[in-house]
Design a protein around this ligand. Structure first.
Ligand code: 8YV
Length: 320
């Protein structure tokens, strides 16, 4: 089988939905098949050597076992918590991701969500559109300048956010496994960080090591004047505890781009007035997604032509 340009790469299983632009870019180089095609012609499963997916989807061990010729799993995203990386490694399957090319876009969204939350921008827009301004005065909101901001996980994206925050006259601190050579204050405990800041910004990777890292206790430490922004993974926050804290005003507000279950549906979050909600759009810009998909293609082409990937996921992954 070959791609539209006559490329002689094996067919790729496209696992999950991609934007039309991303899918078209992949099809310039590869022949894509989906699970329905494999159901129609089970022989395809024996031919698939590569799987391309996005960080929003969970690649299961069972799916991997259905593809005996699989050699590479390429995810269009930096997060790989949805892939059983150790199981793949045991079967000699390389896993690649797209680090760095999306750092700025995700950091920009975090800053945008922070201002949307502090200054109640979505509510202000509705206030005008719904004609409330004719009868009411807009509610007061909150400054960013002078606040203390804590970054949960000072990795590449966390550093991009902290560098941007420097311009807004805030005190910056961070939590991680180890202190780093940066000017910001280090906390070895996320509870201690939460107790000392006004705003938490969650940037750490998802996965077993960070599951419910932000729980009821941490939210209690953040306190009734505290805000939390999550642009990392929904699994990092105990969402039921967050809903309780928001409903009971145990924290002041939250801005969330990621959720324990996506797409978000039938959640108490949808009825709260002290949250800002976005649909996992951290990297969702034309420029950034183009770079990500190009890196996915570079990984696949490099692997199929040289046996080596460009950006394999780190073998022993450590949260910064
Ligand atoms: C989404 C992300 O994966 O990079 C990540 O880990 O969470 C986002 O970029 C997006 O759906 C990428 O296609």
């Amino acid at each position: 089988m070959q791609g539209s340009e006559g490329s002689h790469f094996p067919p790729l299983l496209k696992f999950g939905a991609f934007t039309p632009e991303d899918e078209a870019r992949l099809k310039e180089t590869f022949t894509l098949v989906d699970e329905a095609a494999i159901e129609r012609d089970p022989r395809l499963a024996q031919q698939v050597k590569g799987l391309v997916t996005r960080s929003n989807y969970r690649v299961t061990k069972a799916l991997i076992d259905q593809l005996p010729a699989l050699k590479i799993i390429a995810t269009n995203g930096v997060g790989f918590d949805g892939i059983p990386v150790d199981y793949a490694a045991q079967k000699g399957i390389v896993v690649t991701h797209t680090p760095d090319v999306l750092n700025k876009a995700v950091a920009e969204l975090a800053i945008g969500l922070l201002f949307s939350l502090l200054r109640r921008l979505p509510a202000a827009d509705r206030f005008v559109r719904e004609g409330q301004w004719l009868h009411l005065t807009p509610a007061l909101a909150y400054d960013l300048a002078g606040k203390k901001v804590g970054i949960v996980g000072l990795g590449r994206i966390g550093k991009e956010i902290a560098n941007r925050l420097e311009a807004f006259e805030v005190d910056i601190a961070y939590f991680g496994r180890k202190p780093q050579a940066v000017a910001w204050s280090y906390f070895s405990s996320v509870e201690a960080l939460a107790a000392s800041v006004d705003i938490l910004i969650v940037t750490c990777p998802g996965g077993a090591d960070t599951f419910h890292l932000i729980d009821e206790s941490v939210l209690g430490r953040l306190g009734p004047e505290g805000f939390i922004v999550n642009i990392a993974r929904g699994s990092v926050i105990d969402e039921a505890a967050l809903c309780r804290a928001l409903s009971e005003r145990a924290i002041r507000g939250a801005a969330l781009d990621v959720f324990e279950h996506e797409p978000l549906a039938d959640s108490p979050l949808l009825g709260l007035d002290n949250v800002v909600l976005t649909p996992h759009i951290g990297s969702a810009t034309h420029e950034t997604r183009r770079r990500m998909t190009e890196l996915v293609i570079r990984n696949l082409v490099s692997f199929f032509t040289t046996g080596r990937a460009v950006t394999p996921v780190p073998s022993s992954f450590q949260m910064n």
